[in-house]
Design a protein around this ligand. Sequence first.
Ligand code: PLP
Length: 422
Amino acid sequence: MSWHPHLWHPTTQVATAPVPMRVRAARGSELELDDGRRLIDAISSWWVTLHGHAEPAIAAAIARQAQQLEQVIFANFSHEPAERLATRLSALSALERLFFSDNGSTAVEVALKIAWQWWRNQGSERRQLVAFEGAYHGDTFGAMALGERSLFTDPYAPLLFDVARVSWPHSHWGDEGVEQREARSLQELERALQIPTAAVILEPLIQGASGMRVVRPAFLRAVTDRVRAAGALLIADEVMTGFGRTGDLFACRRAAIRPDLMALSKGLTGGFLPMGVTLASERLYQGFISDQPEATFFHGHSFTANPLGCAAALASLDLLQANPERFQQFEVRHTPLLQELAEHPLVRRPRCVGTMAAFDVEAGEASYLNPVGRQIQRHCLEQGVYLRPLGDVVYLLPPLGISVPQLERCYRVLGSALDALA
Ligand SMILES: Cc1ncc(COP(=O)(O)O)c(C=O)c1O
């Protein structure tokens, strides 16, 4: 196997990375490779495959929609799939207005632009944005600027606008210092909010890309209180946490917080098609209605509200709502397995929220570049399980439909990978 002469893969250093494996099919929680090997997709293909690969109900909904209306410009037109999806997501999120885009990064960009322009439309001078240490909001420029500066953003540093940064008091099982860290973080937030602030953005309950860093719901409620008291807007980036991933339909619901804007993507279409949405409160929407053209939200993508994506999202929501126990009960499935694995001497800081279980490996520096992740990945691949550790952070985020034996196998294989390291 060799690198394709015409492809450029994401987040991949060709000089050191293994050649990509060729996939010919996928079904349920399994990928089937060209060479006949089968792998359990234990990270839902970058957190998008919600129910399982090739979920028949979603595939059928897309096929039906493709024969009816595949795409239409969404500026002068509307259509039923978009209207139905907006109605359902509004009811579920308690945010009345839905704006479509193409992926998680654009869903965040849209949230940021709405928040920024909403204040401008009122003639307000609020210019500060607040984000958290370790945040990841996507790879486009606005999303990068909101995210933590890192290896990923360094080349573009001069192009990224400043944001005020507050520490993220992430926690884990048996964490004794969390209250103090939360109190410190809230003090930092209060200090930051003394400057007139347009918006505060956070990944509710779990910061994903920076290492599955979990905060407690009560901390998010305390953050929300302070943001409200300061009159700023709250943006919830639920690109990863949305659609049951944290054990409730949205992490904001589980944490009992109500943001002004919410970004969704990944599981939105069940992982079938790229689509992002930004939900906004009616109050924000009304702030753009004016006889002044400059008050308009001049933002749009060619594939806005693509009917195939809408049909996939509706079918995926049907499945989620028909089987809520699949996401509500996932944490109960993870917990005993993670407890057992946590006995391993190399496991540090085990944590679990909904469908996500993670731990740090006791192996040198806490870093995305820590090679231990690659070693574990290699070992697990040989045993038929696909993982993609974030440096020294190993996590499982499987499709909801993963079977009991498949999930148990993931943990067994992880245990053997840790044994091999030890
Ligand atoms: C919380 C969060 N926001 C935004 C994004 C960006 O989404 P996308 O990769 O679809 O642009 C991601 C991707 O991992 C994410 O985890």
